[in-house]
Design a protein around this ligand. Structure first.
Ligand code: DGT
Ligand code: MG
Length: 242
């Protein structure tokens, strides 16, 4: 049965080390397929930790994490991870061609799919302006590309994986707002019926999320849509006003 990507957290508490405070405290939310969930909050608030529990990179101390109403513990970990796409702020690129970098981890992908993914990730145009287009060789860790260009290559890679759950962890931080908006629109289209998490520091990145969770010191302190949160006059509004 295909994974749809419905993610549920039931009273999840995560403690990395015994002596430390919990990194996550009593986290509850429901992310049905088709929805875009935004995560915002100051550094160390627990945003990345939440997404790492979905892949069972860590186990919660208390509570449970469900995918499609089934505990992540009951999944074969490889199967589970195959269905979750992560794009990180500083993506890992290899010293090979752009094309190989986009296809990385997905040997079956066709040239057509690679180009389509690059278009959606707003990467096609700059790739075509490189001396050898998709065959352009990158240096170590993607040398030769800007931070925002590397991020867009990584997003194209994630699109090719066709994930049931997509996590963008500060993945468009180096991309201008207009391009970011185009990428998000394209992702919303490709992720139809599946679930996306967008972690961001700037509020403009989350404007169109279906639900935004505002985290502070491991707790969800506010939740709602962009408009609802602006009306709340809480932490989200304060970040917005800066
Ligand atoms: P960011 O990326 O700087 O905006 O911060 P978040 O919101 O992604 O925070 P996160 O989830 O990385 O960290 C939450 C807390 O957990 C923070 O106090 C650091 C701690 N923490 C994160 N990862 C680890 C880990 O692998 N080991 C230990 N011991 N602590 C960790
Ligand atoms: Mg983080």
């Amino acid at each position: 049965e295909p994974i749809k990507g419905h993610v549920t957290f039931n009273h999840v508490t995560l403690t990395y080390t015994k002596d430390d405070d919990s990194a996550l405290k009593d986290i509850c939310f429901d992310a049905p397929p088709g929805k875009v969930i935004g995560l915002i909050g100051s550094t160390g608030a627990g945003k990345t930790s939440i997404t790492q529990l979905i892949t069972r990179f860590y186990e919660p101390e208390i509570g449970e994490v469900l995918v499609d109403n089934r505990s992540v513990k009951d999944y074969n970990i490889k199967t589970l991870r195959k269905h979750i796409g992560f794009v990180l702020q500083e993506p890992f690129l290899f010293s090979t061609t752009i094309k190989e970098n986009i296809a990385y981890g997905n040997p079956d992908v066709t040239d057509h799919q690679i180009m389509d993914a690059a278009k959606r990730a707003q990467a096609h145009e700059f790739i075509m302006n490189l001396p050898n287009g998709y065959e352009t060789m990158l240096g170590e860790r993607g040398m030769g590309l800007s931070g925002g260009q590397k991020q867009r290559i990584a997003i194209a890679r994630a699109i090719c994986i066709n994930p049931s759950i997509l996590v963008l962890d500060d993945a468009t931080s180096a991309v201008d707002m207009e391009t970011e908006f185009k990428i998000q629109k394209a992702l919303k289209e490709v992720m139809q019926g599946r679930t996306s998490f967008i972690i961001a520091h700037r509020i403009s990145s989350l404007k169109h999320a279906d639900e935004i969770l505002v985290l502070d010191e491991g707790q969800i302190v506010e939740r709602g849509t962009h408009d609802e949160l602006l009306n709340n006059d809480g932490q989200y509004k304060r970040i917005y006003d800066i």
